[in-house]
Design a binder for this molecule. Structure first.
Ligand code: ADP
Length: 492
């Protein structure tokens, strides 16, 4: 039986807490992957201190030299791609195809960040004064906490760890307790890439204890968080008095808007992919389909047929389209929302219950579910469900569709289906989301393109792409006066 332990100052360490948690395959609960030794506050503190002690040396390492370690990590990830993909499928439940895609995304991000180490440029700015030179330098913060969820157990850690390290910060990585195997493999890989001891520390422990200890520690200068809105905003408030920088990627309620002139087959297929792919457990998953009345009956009929055609099963079976919810708690949340949808008066068209039989009994499977005639006030139109549940909302015309689409506290991703260029550009102008897609699913993104949301979804600088180092660096502004004389001019 595998034991998962925290990694502090270059070694895996025992926990003083004596508390453990099992790591279970959500497709088959009789498959126990291992036991996590949950870190106590003591290990969390030691992890921060070891990152603090390693900071001076890491900051003094030239950025391109830091990038060499990150580049090596990308190559090691490539070598271990199958092992990483299998680990994700086994502990998170997504299909092996989805897991391979996620690992490739993580490799791409790490490669991109290795390259960014050679582009940590500042600016030179002409001074108002003669014989004066002004420029900027990018500097790291110090110890950064990277707190991650279970739904993308390698891609999200990769897109936080790699830019944090390239920028010269040292890191305390606190992954979700549901996915310790992937987090351990990623930490091993960065260690094998040669990172000096203390530069990257892994804390496997609960959010309320180990996580709380990390974010409360005065040496932690910045926190990059992905997870629920509730936890993200709580963390933000908790550390605000210390002036800690926070970047948070939180909930979503991503809409597709389906207009009359769309390619119907494409709209249906892309909506199904966005709503049911990865079991709906993506922050960018499609959860609302806002459809113009005149084509709504046709859309609904086709999306229901498609939803019923998916094959549920274990992610390592090549015939499986959709894996399980990640654990019993998540399964119950999804089932609760299905009940809420019914009680609020939405029309349940398919799915709506735990899937059983056919090898599914030992897993947390939910049937792909479609509700029709969902209205803006219903909870299933407003709250993030994080499961394979789609709410169809009917709209009179373009304007009403936009009103519905934007009636959300969240704003991560969105999509429009249309063949009319004017409608497409109007949609792009009016939609309130950090990312939007045209004639393609709400999901997906590329390693070298910024990622993030507006409204209650996102806080702080965008992750990934040209903006990936923004959150992890401070700007130092330098004025050099080489006149050798007392300043005569006025400089306010
Ligand atoms: P999810 O449902 O995606 O796991 P959460 O917001 O519950 O979303 O958790 C995201 C991450 O935040 C996890 O790694 C979790 O352990 C961590 N976390 C939860 N509560 C706290 C806290 N009070 N302090 C620090 N980290 C926390």
């Amino acid at each position: 039986m595998t034991t998962f332990r925290s990694f502090i100052n270059g070694s895996f360490v025992d926990s003083a807490s004596g508390k453990t948690a099992p790591n279970i395959n959500p497709a088959n609960t009789t498959d126990v992957i291992g036991t996590i030794e949950l870190a106590s506050r003591e290990e969390a503190r030691r992890a921060v201190e070891s990152a603090y002690d390693a900071f001076r040396g890491w900051k003094a390492t030239p950025a391109p030299a830091r990038g060499k370690f990150i580049g090596r990590a990308a190559r090691l990830m490539e070598d271990r791609k199958e092992e990483l993909s299998a680990a994700i499928t086994r502990e998170e439940g997504k299909t092996i195809g989805e897991a391979r895609g996620e690992v490739q995304r993580a490799i791409n991000v790490v490669e991109f960040c290795a390259g960014e180490s050679r582009r940590m440029n500042g600016e030179t700015i002409p001074s108002e004064l003669p014989a004066n030179f002004a420029y900027t330098i990018k500097e790291p913060h110090g110890v950064v906490a990277c707190i991650t969820p279970w739904n993308f157990p390698i891609a999200i850690p990769a897109w936080k760890l790699a830019p944090a390290l390239v920028a010269g910060n040292t890191v305390v990585f606190k992954p979700a307790t549901l996915t310790p195997l992937t987090a351990t493999l990623l930490t091993e890989i960065f260690n094998e890439a040669g990172l000096p001891a203390g530069v990257l520390n892994l804390v496997l422990g609960s959010g309320s204890e180990a996580g709380d200890e990390i974010v409360s520690h005065p040496a932690v200068k910045a926190i990059s968080f992905t997870g629920s809105t509730e936890t993200g905003l709580k963390l933000y408030t908790q550390v605000a008095p210390r002036g800690v920088k926070v970047q948070a990627e939180m909930g979503g309620k991503n809409p597709v808007v389906v207009l009359e002139d769309c390619d119907m087959a494409l709209a249906v297929e892309s909506t199904a992919q966005g709503a049911f792919g990865s079991t709906g457990q993506r922050c960018t998953a499609t959860s609302r389909a806002v459809v113009i009345n005149s084509i709504a009956d046709e859309f609904v009929e086709k999306i229901v047929t498609r939803a019923k055609s998916f094959r549920l099963g274990a992610g390592d079976d090549s015939k499986t389209d959709i894996g399980p919810s990640v654990d019993e708690g998540q399964l119950n949340t999804v089932l609760k929302y299905i009940d809420v949808g019914r009680e609020d008066g939405a029309e349940l068209l398919c799915g709506g219950k735990k899937a059983e039989g056919d090898g599914l009994d030992n897993g947390f499977f939910v049937e792909p579910t479609v509700f029709d005639r969902v209205t803006r006030d219903m909870r299933i139109a407003r709250e993030e469900i994080f499961g394979p549940v789609l709410a169809v909302m009917r709209a009179r015309d373009f304007d009403e569709a936009m009103l519905i689409a934007n009636d959300s506290e969240y704003g991560l991703s969105s999509s429009v289906f249309t063949n009319d260029a004017n409608s497409m550009y109007r949609f792009i102008d009016e939609i309130e989301s950090g990312m939007t897609h045209v004639n393609s699913p709400t999901t997906g993104g590329e390693a070298h393109i910024p990622f993030g949301g507006v409204k209650n979804t996102g806080l702080g600088a965008r992750e990934q792409g040209s903006t990936s180092l923004d959150f992890y660096t401070e700007l130092k502004v330098v004025y050099v006066d080489y006149t050798g004389r007392k300043r005569e001019g006025n400089l306010y």
